[in-house]
Design a protein around this ligand. Structure first.
Ligand code: NG1
Ligand code: ZN
Length: 546
């Protein structure tokens, strides 16, 4: 099973466009699908090397571009426990992608092998899946060629959501161990989640139907499949935006990203006051909830609200179960609404950590708590249970019927919540569990706190890499002097907060601002955006308030 360098060299897929800058970033490789053929071939080789490095453990490859438009695509690697590729390997992904001829490619492969002391004779195992994008078919072929020439044992899991692929990787690698995660099939996933949900809502009256916008993506068929395991009298769901066959519909005027950034419901969703609605993104790893209030005003319940709801419910269960030694914590990024942080720290009294943008940062910080709740405001997140917490929840003996009930529900949550990555289907079932137990409407959930008005402005500059931050991206270190100018402006606004950072996924700088009122927020956001534009080489039109 050693590597056939001649085959790797002679089959290399060259770049279609010279000079395109490939980088494996927060979202893996992501760009227009047409430039990704060559990347898929290299990613396959990297997955093979990673598997060999980890003694033949199964590595996952997911082809998707999440909430991006349909013409884009992308690819991400999944590590053996269903987590994202270890950060130290991201650079290898980039180096491989950049190599554009057989010799250069083999040279990079040899460097990776040497740096990691990889035994190339260890057999490699890779599984892969893809979303509904039309470009996936061709990209899968390029990936398969790379897997073939590098000699990996490869299994195609077909059309899947990103979180299902993460689940499968973890199941395969933990099979027949004491922390076996589940049956390594999509059916196994559906059974695990639906059984857990039934237990978690047992004895409670079913809520009104939930309207789920699947972004015309893979979440639609997968949710339909899950519902076959979920009796209508336990959960009633109405799916909208499930057209995965018409070209150009994916994420178009729908989905979690549209709803969060536009702060409105998809035009296709006919929502009435009192309806419960949620939106997945294109690969079903993000979810946001929303409703129309009695005056038909749109109200968003984003990732911050989900984190608050989950932390509140889990903290109460831990207390009711009599296992207070288990400490709950919440992880956010600087994009979390100031009101949510205030609610968590002052009302729930739960410890909150703030980390840089990017799911891997949140995930790793959440692992430091017994039970770590993490969510990005955009709706990507999950809840992690440490081995200690799992053991306590599993082995504690209830002294009262109330303790028994709380323990039973906690046990159900450990199965219901995807432990590998944010998962729209799993998060939806978590929210539904909590609302069903409380018999709450979305309006009642929304009472926890009122979001401060906020605004995100994108500024294009000559070189975004000159922006260096500290304190979980909340302060600029460079360009020198800029932070002082931001602070001086923020100080003029009540409840004002603003920070500036370079995007990891787009060639732009993002300016975030919040303040007590809508007009003050917009004023502050554009003021800061103009300062950034003027002081740091703004390109194109100067940002102006609409
Ligand atoms: P960048 O482009 O680095 O701001 C965006 C999102 C992140 C995360 C990544 C990965 C915002 C402000 N940023 O990152 O939260 O989801 O994409 O997809 O939403
Ligand atoms: Zn996504």
């Amino acid at each position: 099973m050693s590597l056939d360098f001649d085959a790797i060299k002679s089959n290399i897929i060259p770049h279609k466009i010279e000079g395109f800058k490939y980088t494996y970033g927060t979202a893996g490789f992501r760009s227009k699908a047409e430039v990704l053929d060559s990347v898929m071939y290299k990613v396959a080789i990297l997955a093979t090397l990673r598997s060999k490095k980890l003694n033949g453990a199964t590595i996952g490859v997911m082809i998707t571009a999440s909430h991006n438009p349909e013409e884009d695509n992308g690819v991400k690697l999944v590590d053996p426990r269903g987590e994202m590729l270890e950060q130290s390997w991201e650079g290898y992904a980039t180096s491989l992608a950049v190599a554009n001829d057989g010799d250069a490619l083999v040279q990079v492969i040899e460097q990776i092998i040497a740096a990691n002391k990889i035994d190339i004779n260890i057999p490699a195992s890779v599984i892969y899946a893809y979303d509904t994008r039309p470009s996936c078919a061709e990209l899968v072929k390029c990936l398969e060629l790379g897997l073939k020439v590098s000699g990996a044992k490869a299994v195609n899991h077909g059309l899947q959501t990103t979180p299902i692929l993460h689940y499968l990787v973890r199941c395969i690698n933990t099979a027949n161990t004491s922390d076996a995660y589940g049956e390594p099939t999509a059916e196994g996933y559906y059974k695990k989640l639906s059984e857990a949900f039934k237990t978690a809502v047992k004895g409670k009256a079913r809520l009104s139907p939930l309207h789920v916008d699947c972004a015309n993506g893979v979440g639609a068929p997968k949710l339909r499949e899950l519902l076959e395991y979920m009796p209508e009298d336990v959960l009633s769901v109405k799916i909208v935006n499930e057209d995965i066959n018409t070209k150009g519909q994916l994420n178009k005027n729908c989905g979690a990203d549209f709803v969060k950034t536009q702060q409105r419901a998809p035009p296709t969703a006919d929502i009435h006051p009192g309806d419960r609605c949620c939106s997945f993104d294109g690969d079903a790893d993000r979810i946001v909830y929303y409703y129309a209030d009695k005056d038909s005003v749109f109200r968003l319940l984003d990732g911050d609200k989900i984190a608050g709801l989950a932390a509140m419910f889990i903290m109460e269960l831990v207390k009711d179960a009599g296992i207070d030694s288990i400490k709950v914590g919440v992880v956010q990024t600087a994009y979390a609404n100031g009101s949510s942080t205030h609610y968590l720290t002052k009302v729930l009294n739960v410890p909150v950590s703030c980390v840089p943008t990017g799911v891997k940062h949140l995930h790793h910080e959440a692992e430091k708590y017994d039970i770590g709740v993490y969510f990005e405001a955009n709706g990507h997140g999950t809840v992690l249970f440490s081995p200690t917490a799992l053991n306590t929840i599993k082995t504690s003996e209830a002294k009262t019927p109330a303790q028994n009930q709380a323990l039973m529900q906690l046990r159900a949550l450990t199965d219901l919540i995807n432990q590998t990555v944010g998962d729209a289907i799993s998060d939806m079932l978590l929210v539904e569990t909590i609302l069903t137990n409380r018999q709450w409407s979305l309006e009642e959930w929304d009472q926890a706190y009122t979001d401060l008005p906020n605004r995100l402005v994108k500024v294009v500059v000559a070189d975004r890499h000159i922006f260096k931050t500290t304190n979980a991206e909340r302060q600029l270190v460079e360009p020198a002097g800029l932070q002082a100018e931001i602070d001086a402006n923020v100080a003029k606004y009540s409840n004002g907060r603003s920070f500036v950072r370079a995007s990891g996924t787009e060639d732009a700088v993002r300016v975030y601002a919040e303040a007590a009122t809508r007009s003050e927020t917009d004023e502050l956001a554009y003021k800061i955006a103009q300062i950034v534009y003027d002081r740091a080489g703004g390109v194109g039109a100067r940002p102006l308030m609409a």
